[in-house]
Design a protein around this ligand. Sequence first.
Ligand code: AKG
Length: 288
Amino acid sequence: MLSPQDIAFYHEHGYLHIPGVFTPEEVKAMHNDLDWMIETWADKEAGWSGPWRKKYMDAETEKKSKLIAMHDLYFYAQSWMRAVTKPNLCEAMGDLIAGPVEVHHSTMHVKPPETGHPFPMHQDNAFYEHTDNRYVDVLVHLDDTCHENGEIRFLAGSHKNGYLPHVTKNEDGTGCTPHLPTDEYRLADTVAVPAKAGDVVCFNIFTVHGSHINTTHEHRRIVRVGYRHPENKQIGGQSKGRPGLMVIGRRDRTEGAQLFSNDGPPSQAMLKELRELRQMKRSMEVKV
Ligand SMILES: O=C(O)CCC(=O)C(=O)O
């Protein structure tokens, strides 16, 4: 699917726009399911936290700005299972990763109208840290993007610098969403990559990127899908330890590799209960 020039562009600049990956019919089915998920499942919260918010937005906008988000869309709707396993997209990932490919995650990022959440400059490795750069993030576009609704923007070639230290604390020392220092990394220095519904925009896990606020009267709907080489070991963060579908080639058996567990994953409620029990145990240990 990709030409040698496309592959060379990705390795040189750290991103690649692939037009027309999905047909209008596929986009319609994904769009309908996404709107249903927004109604029934998704979080509609303030979005990413941290000191960057005051730099990117005035006080009134900042209070209103929200992000509609949710993970793992393909666990909820068939159209999204078909989307992430679509052969032309997976073959393109095989070309960029140069080997077998495993799906790692999918995440909805919908910017609501007028004040829809901008994204501070960051690397996705801060959210799901991996050992090497054989990891491609893919932004599946369900709406046409432009400056006014906050198209994706990249610091071209920044993937070559590897993993950068991110700000992870507010001024009062409490934790915040990882992002790069706003005085050093600026959206003004980035390349805008506007795209059409049905296009995908790919980027390397180490490519620095961000986006402006959505000032239009419509939602801006994008879904990010992560694809990796199965031997690119995850060090921390989102979806760590969870196997994904093989969409290109095979998962070779490396030294010491065991079959995956078939115990079901704990629910969010069970995890919360477990955290509370651990917390209680710790406080009792202190008292004894
Ligand atoms: O949706 C956007 O505008 C940016 C998304 C982003 O930064 C990400 O998915 O890592």
